[in-house]
Design a protein around this ligand. Sequence first.
Ligand code: FPP
Length: 247
Amino acid sequence: MTAKQFTALPQDLQPQRLPQHVAVIMDGNGRWAKNQGLPRIAGHRQGVDSLKEVVQCCQDWGIPILTVYAFSTENWQRPLEEVNFLMLLFESMLRQEVEQMHRQGIRISFIGELGSLPSVLQMEIAQAMQITANNQALHLIVALNYGSRHEIVQVCRQLSQFVANGELQSEAITEDVFEQYLSTVNIRNPDLLIRSSGEMRLSNFLLWQMAYTEIYCTEMLWPDFNREAFHQALVSFQSRDRRFGKI
Ligand code: FPP
């Protein structure tokens, strides 16, 4: 990530009440490009800059985990040209940015069906995860070829296999056990979900993990999303009364 200027936490935010895990659905790249009279891929390219800015904010303001939805299992149905562009964008982003991220203490990891991604991209992913594995400043999790229902079904398959093998009693399957087999094992559930572009859906993103996540939707298209927009999302988050089903 290119080094950006550090900014202090805005005064209207309480440091002790910041979300510890923010998830983002980066939506509206295509519409942004269309509005500018540009091809859709220009929106994705611009979206990378918004992501960099949010990463920088998390670092500056002390938010330790950021998960972003970069490509869903449904996104393969887009025109081949766009899918290919996105794969190359992820690849070049990793190649160009990993060293800088490493210097900044960012750990990057990926969730999703990585085995069906292009092999060069799989290599870049493996390298990036390995190089940054011990970094502590920020954990950036990229959901790539990710679908939450698929993830949940995979867990069911695995657990039922254990039961069939006599290694696990079905009564022993609890929420805690189930979570141990999700791709997000040992990562706290998101406190805040931000979705851009006015859409108000989860779109198969972290369905189990976001049972009690606060949702913030903004009309802003992702390429326009910036530090001030993130600040506003955090202000909204801090105004919420999180009861987790209690009174
Ligand atoms: C959704 O907008 C966006 C995506 C499917 C791709 C998101 C990817 C990036 C922002 C690139 C940066 C990510 C990494 C990890 C390098 P859309 O295309 O659905 O927009 P639309 O709804 O306006 O068509």
